[in-house]
Design a protein around this ligand. Structure first.
Ligand code: AMP
Length: 276
């Protein structure tokens, strides 16, 4: 594990929250979650304060605070997929993807093609290797250590974009426009197998039995798949094919490391330096 950095946006309000914050001004103003702010701050307080017992009235004040009241309007209408509980850290494993200007333009063009449906671009692009799961704060270290140990033996790889695909989350509260991704052999399946095995030690939900690897490039509220015609899908595919034919290098990207995001922390997990 090479680095540990803090990233600013982590409320874990949705199993898809890791990936889908719109780039508009409203989202930039979003507050940091009380959970992520408090977890670290509380630790410091616990270490540094004397042990005077708290009156029951004060204690009950804080135990009520375990449940976080959620207002979907604060999150562009998105709803939580699992309950927000104090001390639970939303955790997700993925391959980061950094689009260049040409890819950003292509994404804009694809999203425009879906108008009048209100698809928004993803803030951060990634290839998921896990679902978003909730872990306890004290699991972070052993879980990331175990992920790093497992992933170190797997090789880096090169991925290729192929078709345009639509997904919904399990709750069918959001639709995603995505680009399907493939890689040589079974390397992507090996990454998810490694993650699943580490998750299993903590009884965390595994990834899909039949994973369909992709990078989501836009999202929209609700299940709008029935509203997208075959013609529109065909048009999207034509736009993608034309852009990839013109810029053949855009078709490929390398997997050099894997990211574990948990709460407001981000760990970069290293793979074997060779390419598979
Ligand atoms: P992601 O961009 O990885 O967050 O994925 C977008 C959505 O696709 C997530 O909410 C996934 O739950 C959903 N999804 C549905 N079916 C699958 C599948 N077979 N493999 C991977 N993701 C899937």
């Amino acid at each position: 594990m090479s680095s540990l950095v803090q990233y600013s946006d982590s409320e874990g309000e949705n199993s898809d929250d890791h990936d889908a914050i719109s780039v508009d001004a409203v989202s930039r103003k979003r507050k940091q979650s009380p959970q992520s702010q408090n977890s670290v701050g509380n630790e410091k307080k616990i270490r540094s304060t004397a042990v005077l017992p708290l009156p029951d009235t004060i204690k009950s004040l804080f135990s009520k605070g375990d449940k976080h009241l959620d207002n979907p309007e604060d999150h562009e209408g998105r709803t939580r997929s699992f309950e927000h509980l104090e001390g639970n850290w939303a955790t997700h494993i993925s391959v980061p993807y950094d689009p260049d200007e040409r890819m950003r333009e292509l994404i804009g063009e694809l999203l425009l093609c879906l108008r009048p449906l209100d698809f928004k671009p993803m803030k951060e692009l990634h290839l998921s290797l896990s679902r978003t799961v909730a872990i306890r704060h004290h699991w972070i270290k052993p879980l990331t250590d175990s992920l790093q140990n497992r992933l170190r033996s797997l090789q880096r790889t090169c991925c290729e974009f192929s078709s345009v695909k639509l997904y919904t989350n399990d709750e069918k509260t959001r639709t995603f426009l995505s680009l399907a991704v493939s890689a040589p052999g079974n390397i992507l399946q090996e990454y998810t197998k490694a993650v699943d095995e580490c998750f299993e030690e903590y009884k965390l939900q595994k990834y899909y039995k039949d994973p369909s690897y992709h990078i989501s490039i836009g999202w929209c509220l609700h299940d709008v798949i029935p509203e997208i015609s075959k013609e529109t899908l065909h048009k999207l595919q034509e736009i993608l094919d034309a852009a990839l034919e013109e810029n053949t290098d855009l078709k490929l990207f390398t997997v050099e490391n894997i990211i574990c995001k948990t709460g407001n922390k981000q760990f970069s997990l290293q793979l074997n330096k060779g390419y598979g």
